[in-house]
Every structure is written in structure tokens, then in C-alpha cells.
Design a protein around this ligand. Structure first.
Ligand code: SF4
Ligand code: SF4
Length: 362
């Protein structure tokens, strides 16, 4: 059974649906395009799957116009996992050389370097390795290793202040493989996940900083038949568990808006933990009209920043305006990708870890 065969029913449900989730898709909202609505994209995949329409540049573009945010599923009676289904439809575009340029170049870099940045991750991990064992081995994710070392520093400092010491694990040089999954290179993703499972088996527990990596390990791997022996938890999960050991400090006199990152919230169900951490760190947390399962997307998933960069930034701009419309209120998120997207959209934003560090060191 091909990847698209596994999602045939989902494509059909959407194509016959009276667009019940029409308001939910951030890409459709940002582009004002029916072709990029959940219904439009899934109908394109359905027609291609049924042989009623050729897979061409236009249908290839449609199946790539999805962040995999899962927001549509929150309004779907069928609980259709549209992101999974559209990512699977991308597999055929890989085979036919019809991938958008940004997705093709990401895939080429990954194939060569085993990560989407092309950097030698083991050299970066070596700079972080601690000489003594720590209670919580940390898996920052390659995006933080390559582009955001400050976030790793902040996380380690906060964890120390919470009495939950973390140090970068030697297995952190392995990318979780999400870019392969999102690019639709699913055979390569399965092989990568199996290889990771073997390497990670030497570590009984990992604390993962990037919610996208934790979601990939805990949700996507099992969908591909790969089950890790390692217990994977997020940094916010572990810190919230250790909140009673956090310094007894008054909250910072600040108002921030909280963005539920898609992989952390809808993906892993972690809505309360980051809010409990925030409630200790600042005096006021502002919420958007739609939050938790119905919360908006920052545009960073599904390779959208590579395939439709301007649309991805517009998605982030709209979500920032939902969460914190006031210019002097910053957006806080526990997802490094979301933070980057808000910055690209011109909105001041903080990583939750950076904010917690300011609080514990205040
Ligand atoms: S995801 Fe559900 S609600 Fe949305 S178009 Fe498909 S079937 Fe309809
Ligand atoms: S998963 Fe998100 S981006 Fe993709 S179709 Fe659904 S709402 Fe739109």
C-alpha cells in the first residue's frame, strides 16, 4: 500500500465535505485562496489519487501549502489528520521531480548531511558536552544547535535554578528527521527513524527542547512503526514537574501574550505546563481569542518557510496580531521555530526559556 493509499479515505472525506473547517486553515487565510483551503488541497490530492487529475506543478504546490498545524482537525467531525495526508501526497512530487524548489533543496541538504542545515552537528554537540553526568540529558534539536545556542544556554541556566540539571546529550547530534517527513520522503524518514532508535536506545531518557522534535519522536515515529525505548519528554514538561523547586521570586511586572505552538499543544497536548511556568514568571499573561486546540499557527511547520516564505511570514504576522495586538506586548512561545517566525513578521517575541531565565535571575 502506497503512502497516499493509506490516506485515501481522508482525501475523499475532505473532497466531499461542505468545507466545515473553512475558517481554520492559516494558509488559506493568509493567501485568501480557495485552492489553499484544507478542502482545496485535499481535493487536489484526492483527484490525483483517483487518477482524475494529473500531478503537475499546480497540484504539487497545493499539497505543499500546509504547515501540518492540525488546526483543521480541531473542527473536523472525522478528525482528519490533514497534515499527515498532505505530507504523504508530497511523496509523489519527490518521485516526479515536482517539489517546490525550497523543499527540494532542503531534501538535498538533508540527504547529504543528515540534517537540514548541512552542518556537522557532532562538532556542535561536543562544545556543549558536560564532563559530569546530569539528571536530565538534553536534546536541543538541530535548529537550536546551529542557530540558537543562546536558547540552549538559557535552558540549562533555568533548569539549574529549578534543581533539575540538564546537559546536552551525546545523541543530540542526530536530527529527529522531521524535514524528511514534511518533505514527503517517507522511506528515507522511516530509515532515519530506525537508525535513530538504535542510537537513542543507549539513553533511557531524553528531555527535548524543540517541541517539533518531541512530536516527531513520540507521535510520528510510531505512525511509521518505529517505537523508541527512550522516554522522551519536553523541557516544559520537566520544568513544570520541578516548579516547586523553582526560586521563590516575585513575578516580573510584565504583560506577555502566549502562543500555543502547534506541535507542543495540538501535537503533544501540552497546554497547561507552559502556562503554569509563565504564571510564575510574569504578572499578566494575555490570551488570544482562539487558544489551545483551536489556537492559531505561526507558519513555521511543514517546510512552508522554504516553499512559500512570504505566506509563512504572513501567517506569523496574523497570529502575532491575534496573540498580542499591542505593539508594546511581546509574544512568548516555547517553540524556537515559532519565535523565529514572529521575528520575521516584525513582532517582538521571546522564548519561554529566555523569559524564565530573566525571572530566575531577577
Ligand atoms: S478536515 Fe474535516 S472539516 Fe475540514 S474539509 Fe476535511 S473533512 Fe471537512
Ligand atoms: S494542517 Fe493546518 S495548514 Fe494544513 S490544511 Fe490543516 S489547518 Fe491548514
Amino acid at each position: 500500500m502506497s503512502a497516499t493509499d493509506r490516506h485515501g479515505q481522508a482525501y475523499t472525506y475532505c473532497s466531499f465535505c461542505p468545507k466545515m473547517c473553512r475558517f481554520a486553515c492559516p494558509v488559506a487565510e493568509a493567501t485568501h485562496s480557495e485552492s489553499f483551503s484544507t478542502w482545496g488541497k485535499m481535493t487536489a490530492a484526492h483527484l490525483v489519487h483517483e487518477g482524475q487529475r494529473p500531478l503537475d506543478e499546480s497540484t504539487a504546490k497545493a499539497v505543499h501549502a500546509c504547515t501540518g498545524c492540525g488546526r483543521c482537525a480541531s473542527f473536523c467531525k472525522h478528525e482528519n489528520t490533514v497534515g499527515d495526508a498532505l505530507f504523504a501526497a508530497r511523496e509523489e512530487t519527490v518521485k516526479l521531480g515536482l517539489q517546490p524548489r525550497g523543499a527540494a533543496s532542503t531534501l538535498a541538504t538533508f540527504t547529504q548531511a543528515q540534517n537540514p542545515f548541512g552542518d556537522e552537528l557532532s562538532a556542535l554537540v561536543a562544545t556543549w558536552r558536560s564532563d559530569t553526568p546530569v539528571r536530565y540529558p538534553l536534546f536541543p534539536g538541530c535548529s537550536s544547535l546551529v542557530k540558537r545556542p543562546q536558547l540552549i544556554e538559557d535552558t540549562i541556566a533555568v533548569a539549574r535554578a529549578f534543581g533539575a540539571p540538564m546537559g546536552v546529550s551525546r545523541v543530540a547530534s542526530r536530527c529527529c528527521g522531521y524535514p524528511l517527513y514534511a518533505a514527503g520522503s517517507h522511506d528515507a524518514f522511516r530509515d532515519h527513524a530506525r537508525a535513530n532508535a538504535e542510537v537513542l536506545a543507549s539513553v533511557p531518557e531524553l528531555t527535548v527542547l524543540d517541541p517539533g522534535c518531541a512530536y516527531t519522536f513520540n507521535v510520528v515515529y510510531p505512525q511509521f512503526g518505529v517505537h523508541l525505548e527512550t522516554r522522551v519528554r519536553t523541557v516544559v514538561e520537566v520544568l513544570e514537574e520541578n516548579l516547586e523547586h523553582a526560586p521563590q521570586k516575585p513575578p516580573l511586572p510584565e504583560t506577555v501574550g502566549y502562543h500555543d505552538a502547534c506541535h507542543l499543544g495540538r501535537g503533544l497536548g501540552q497546554y497547561d505546563q507552559p502556562r503554569q511556568l509563565l504564571a510564575r514568571a510574569v504578572t499578566r499573561v494575555q490570551e488570544a481569542a482562539s487558544i489551545r486546540g483551536e489556537g492559531g499557527c505561526a507558519g513555521g511547520g511543514g517546510l512552508l518557510p522554504r516553499t512559500m516564505p512570504e505566506v509563512a511570514v504572513e501567517v506569523a504576522r496574523r497570529q502575532a496580531a491575534e496573540v498580542a495586538p499591542e505593539p508594546d506586548v511581546s509574544v512568548v512561545t516555547a517553540c524556537p521555530t515559532s519565535k523565529r517566525m514572529f521575528e520575521r513578521a516584525g513582532k517582538q517575541s521571546f522564548d519561554l526559556m529566555a523569559l524564565l531565565r530573566r525571572w530566575v535571575e531577577s
